[in-house]
Write a protein that binds this ligand. Structure first.
Ligand code: F6R
Length: 615
């Protein structure tokens, strides 16, 4: 959570920082701030609210130019979102300035100690404690900034990505990371620091992603020095060529990133299977799986760990891996798994699913699994992310940057990767017949066309959104492969429109939730022709006889459900196992339109952040 940006070079820093913060707002957007050094003094502006609010305020407060600066967009952990708690934070002397993404867990005893030594604090943040700790170390031991940062970081417990500036030595920024991401862009005579590469993509395609426990001294006209925080050993940084382009991180004519990302799904699903799926030859090839095939085949079970939407993709994977490859699968919330003393052994394969690759709970679950000797396979979208690096092997989803906070294309591309894994394992184990295997490969190959067709439900979903936008509650029902889709549909609606929604396995409804149904309750039923069609028709009848309003997602040409439902959304036919890739599309669109009609901030829903790097 939180986005950080820094610049040191020859260009004006302020516009780079503001634009960069706007690109990082998906990481947090409850307050923002910027510091600029104009060659003489530190200029600071910070405010509760979004980066656009900061821009307005900074226009009045920062009237000089400078080529060094740092900025922050916040998702509050310690201290409510207000002007004072916003970053950057300045040390008591006024010389040191910090931006921080993460949590300093032992900030309370450190603060007590610093107060005893005469320090005072204006904010409630852990970050203000850290910058004063750095100052105390610097003064006491008469150290340069880099050394002082290093000594201080060795005293803290927690997670951080930081950038620190010292007015006394203004040609340098010190950056460090542990548990929160940090990328450094390397240009000609300039450096960029950011939580991801999006703030500097138009200036340089060379970047170093600091590893956990590393820090960098970034000085003007000098090569960057990277070292280990713990033992001071020098690291030769790996300079990566970025694959991201500007177009990918802009809205491209859509009103919102979420809508753009929904519409990107046909092409990104293709990107996901490109080079991996060869339907005509009957081949599925994924390097991470091929290289570790024995581990998968010898696994006594597969444990999937993930959070939120990625957890829903994991549930789909449970159905598909068990059905295709006949390997037992357990799906765990990473946050529960890590704290419940789970039984894990070296015969387990753990699949960690994460769009961002930075989710703290998923990361901790991986570490726990590794400690117990399990083989960890990461399914991530963000290349070079912490989870992808921490895993023994993995497969990227290649969905491109997902900026809308509500996950859409990440979900369908995760399902695509996981389905390919299931198919590959099924082939190796012979658990699908030759013709079944080929049928699924052919069907997966044409899924992007069917997703495109499913996007044509946009007008219909908009019309339905208009009818139900003011409903206080909503129920989503599905069976089998479409039970996780019901959960995902409900999550999408909750998070962006703030309507209370629940997803349920349709048959479970009569064990409780049926009591909620009356003429005011919209019930979205996912009822494609394949799967447990007859059973779900019975469930629809149960809802109808209690006057619930039925919105049914059905296969094109369906007549039976049409007679019962108040509204139908028609989608193209596909096999049951691949249906989540299609049925989820109208649900994404429905929640999008409802949120827009309710005047909600679709791309930046309240209280949320795109990557949850705190537990
Ligand atoms: C919901 C959503 C979240 C994420 C969850 C995990 O739309 O985006 O529920 O799915 O925070 O994030 P990742 O996949 O980055 O680990």
């Amino acid at each position: 959570m939180c986005g950080i940006v820094g610049y040191i070079g020859y260009r004006e820093a302020y516009p780079i920082i503001i634009k960069g913060l706007k690109r990082l707002e998906y990481r947090g957007y409850d307050s923002a701030g910027v510091m600029l050094y104009d060659g003489e003094s530190i200029k600071l502006s910070k405010t509760k609210g979004k980066v656009s609010d900061l821009e307005e305020k900074a226009q009045k407060e920062i009237t000089t130019n400078g080529t060094i600066g740092i900025g922050h967009t916040r998702w509050a952990t310690h201290g409510v979102p207000n002007d004072v708690n916003s970053h950057p934070h300045v040390s008591n002397s006024g010389d040191l300035v910090i931006i921080h993404n993460g949590i300093i867990e032992n900030y309370a005893p450190l603060k007590v100690e610093l107060i005893k030594r005469g320090y005072s604090f204006s904010s409630d943040t852990d970050s203000e404690v850290l910058i004063n700790l750095i100052e105390e170390v610097q003064k006491k031991e008469n150290l340069k900034l880099g050394k002082a940062v290093q000594v201080a970081l060795n005293q803290v417990v927690g997670a951080y990505a930081i950038a620190v500036f010292d007015k006394k030595n203004p040609n340098e920024i010190v950056a460090a990371r542990l548990g929160s991401p940090l990328a450094i862009g390397i240009g000609e005579g300039e450096y960029f620091i950011a939580s991801d590469a999006s703030p500097f993509i138009e200036y340089t395609s060379n970047a170093v992603y600091l590893e956990d426990g590393e820090m960098a001294n970034i000085r003007l006209h000098r090569p960057m020095k990277v070292r280990k925080i713990k033992d001071d050993s020098i690291v030769d940084p790996y300079i990566q060529e970025l694959q991201m382009n500007l177009e990918q991180i802009e809205k491209g004519g859509y009103d919102h990133f979420m809508l753009k990302e929904i519409y990107e799904q046909p092409s990104v699903i293709k990107d996901t299977y490109r080079g991996r799926l060869h339907a005509n030859e009957g081949i599925i090839q994924m390097a991470g799986v091929e290289d570790n095939l024995e581990k998968f085949l010898n696994a006594e079970r597969i444990i999937i760990v993930a959070c939120g939407t990625s957890w829903h993709a994991g549930l789909v994977a449970e159905y598909v891996i068990e059905e295709f490859a006949r390997i037992p699968v357990e799906v765990e919330y990473a946050s529960e798994f890590r704290y419940r003393n789970p039984i894990i052994n070296s015969k387990d394969v753990v699949i960690a699913i994460s769009q961002s690759g930075e989710t703290a709970d998923t990361m901790a679950a991986i570490k726990l699994a590794k400690e117990h000797g399990a083989f960890v396979f990461g399914v991530c979208n963000v290349v070079g992310s912490s989870i992808s690096r921490e895993s023994h092997a993995g497969a990227y989803t290649h969905a491109g940057p997902e900026i809308g906070v509500a996950s859409t294309k990440a979900f369908t591309t995760q399902i695509t990767v996981l389905t390919m894994i299931a198919l590959r394992l099924a082939k190796a184990k012979g658990t699908l017949t030759h013709s079944e295997f080929h049928m699924y490969l052919q069907e997966l190959e044409i899924i992007p066309e069917k997703v495109k067709e499913a996007l044509e439900t946009n007008d219909k979903t908009k019309e339905i959104a208009g009818v139900f936008k003011d409903s206080p509650n909503c129920l989503y029902l599905g069976r089998g492969y479409n039970f996780p889709v019901a959960l995902e549909g409900a999550l999408k609606l909750k998070e962006i429109s703030y309507i209370h929604a629940e997803g349920y396995p349709a048959a479970e409804m009569k064990h409780g939730p049926i009591a909620l149904i009356d003429e005011l309750m919209p019930v979205i039923v996912i009822a494609p022709k394949q799967g447990h069609y007859d059973k779900i028709v019975s469930n629809i009848q149960e809802i109808k006889s209690r006057s619930g309003k039925i919105i049914a997602v059905v296969t094109k040409g369906d007549t039976q459900v049409r007679e019962l439902a108040d509204y139908v959304i028609e989608i193209p036919e596909t096999s049951d196992a691949l249906s989540p890739l299609i049925t989820t599309i109208p649900l994404q669109l429905l929640s999008y339109h409802i949120a827009v009609m309710r005047g909600c901030n679709v791309d930046q829903p309240r209280n949320l952040a795109k990557s949850v790097t705190v537990e």
